[in-house]
Design a protein. Structure first.
Length: 190
């Protein structure tokens, strides 16, 4: 993605967070970028394309932050916690100050579920790799790593939901996630 695209997406993201997707116009985004509306259309098909570029960028950065955190840990239990906590922290930092979420969430659910499902599959792949590492290390019982990864992902969705992240303080969410991880470890640890 080009620097100009990033400038446009950054401006749009601020507008969407502060005023809502539905109330934001291309003219406002262009003015925030000190560009013409025509210039926006050279880089993006429409406002929805800008919004989905923002969502894709956030999802990719969450996944990469989690992956890096997990790779920095040798022990699979530590890697699992690092992966989940890194994603929680990045998403919380993003959503905690966002005033308008519902119109973006509605747009994604109505028209771009495929993007979320693709992201979910990538998260599950990373989790499965961590679980496989744990089995090899003797930290986790042998299991269907892909199914276990799916189950862990489903159990931890609260820690990635924009609504929960916006409405709950990070220390509370981290404490909840750590208790859930302790429960998981009791169930899958050797």
């Amino acid at each position: 993605m080009s620097d100009v695209c990033d400038i446009i997406m950054d401006a749009a993201e601020r507008r969407f967070a502060g005023y809502g997707y539905n109330k934001t116009t291309m003219a406002e985004i262009a003015a925030d970028c000190d560009m013409s509306v025509g210039n926006l259309y050279r880089h993006f098909k429409n406002k929805e394309a800008i919004a989905m570029g923002n969502v894709r960028r956030l999802l990719e950065s969450k996944l990469e932050a989690g992956r890096r955190a997990a790779q920095s840990k040798g022990d699979a239990c530590d890697a699992l916690a690092a992966f989940l906590l890194a994603r929680l922290r990045l998403a919380h930092a993003h959503y905690a100050g966002t005033r308008h979420l519902f119109d973006m969430i509605a747009l994604i659910n109505a028209r771009h579920r495929d993007m979320l499902l693709d992201y979910e599959a990538k998260v599950i792949d990373v989790l499965a790799g961590i679980i496989e590492r744990g089995v090899v290390q003797g930290r986790f019982h042998p299991c269907d790593a892909k199914q276990m990864a799916y189950d862990i992902h489903q159990a931890t969705l609260r820690y990635n939901s924009p609504i929960y992240l916006k409405n709950n303080p990070l220390p509370e969410l981290e404490a909840d996630l750590n208790r859930l991880l302790a429960l998981l470890y009791r169930g899958i640890a050797c």
